[in-house]
Design a protein around this ligand. Structure first.
Ligand SMILES: NC(=O)c1ccc[n+]([C@@H]2O[C@H](COP(=O)([O-])OP(=O)(O)OC[C@H]3O[C@@H](n4cnc5c(N)ncnc54)[C@H](O)[C@@H]3O)[C@@H](O)[C@H]2O)c1
Length: 260
């Protein structure tokens, strides 16, 4: 297999997407595979992980599914063990999982806050904590976290817990990057803008509302369109590859200029 990730093994956490259109995580898994990586597709929903595996296999790539919830340390440990047993190494950890729940300061409940922080912040900590010792033993690796421009900006639709968790994820990325740089373990975070995904479309009450929402989101983007999961995957490929071998601790904003 040739390609920018030839010989490498990637874990994509939150790799699923069900339906015709792919999500951010699935597109990243597919692009890693197209560039030669073998990919462990992990997801809380096993059919979702399997769906991405089927897409990769249909293109002639090598991938397999694993069921894990990022909040569960034992499941994350088992995921890493499964990757080592199946493929013998881990070069790339791509942490895509992220959820949002509506609510500004005086509305947010403790349950909602705790759930969002557990998935968006504890999750990437647990996965990186489990993977880093193996990357050190191997002589290096690349960790990619997925944040959001909500980590930088106020927005009229308030997702306080989401925005706060993503801002903390940006800083955790920098700390991990600095801590393990001497081991050639790189850690970077992609900061997406408005991305047209099945998940984003599903936030609207009806298909009609979703179509209207898509148009409004596109109008807000200086490039005249929302981003796509393939735009995120292109950035992830760069960070995963040796082209980024001297790049660590950065926030790579992929937003078509929407935050300018
Ligand atoms: N779409 C946008 O406009 C946008 C903008 C900025 C950032 N993002 C970020 O992109 C990422 C999501 O992108 P996507 O399109 O792949 O989303 P998605 O909602 O389709 O999620 C991908 C997968 O994550 C899985 N998942 C959810 N909770 C999980 C858990 N606890 N453990 C394991 N797996 C779990 C889901 O089952 C799903 O298959 C998030 O981090 C999100 O914050 C999206």
């Amino acid at each position: 297999m040739t390609g920018r990730l030839a010989g490498k093994v990637a874990i994509v956490v939150g790799a699923g997407s069900i339906g015709r259109e792919v999500s951010n995580g699935a597109a990243c898994a597919m692009v890693f595979s197209r560039e030669g990586a073998r990919v462990l597709c992990a997801d809380r929903v096993p059919e979702a992980a399997q769906d991405t595996v089927a897409r990769i296999e249909a293109e002639g790539g090598v991938a397999s599914a694993f069921e894990a919830d990022v909040r569960n340390a034992a499941q994350i440990k088992a995921m890493v063990q499964a990757c080592l047993e199946r493929y013998g190494r881990i070069d790339v950890l791509h942490h895509n999982v992220g959820v949002e729940e509506l609510g500004e300061l005086i509305e947010v409940t403790e349950e909602s806050w705790d759930r969002v922080l557990a998935i968006n912040l504890k999750g990437p900590m647990l996965t990186a904590r489990e993977v880093v010792p193996h990357m050190i033993a191997q002589g290096g690796g690349a960790i990619i976290n997925i944040s959001s421009i909500a980590s930088h900006l106020w927005s009229p639709t308030q997702y306080l817990s989401y925005s706060t968790s993503k801002a903390a994820l940006n800083h955790m990325t920098r700390i991990v990057a600095r801590q393990y740089a001497k081991h050639q373990v790189r850690c970077n975070v992609i900061v997406p803008g408005l991305i047209d995904t099945p998940h984003a479309a599903a936030l609207y009450a009806s298909e009609e509302e979703a179509a209207k929402g898509r148009e409004q989101r596109a109008r807000r983007c200086p490039m005249g369109r929302q981003g796509t999961p393939w735009d995120i995957a292109g950035a992830a490929l760069y960070l995963a590859s040796d082209d980024a071998r001297y790049v660590t601790g950065i926030e790579l904003v992929v937003d078509g200029g929407v935050s300018l």
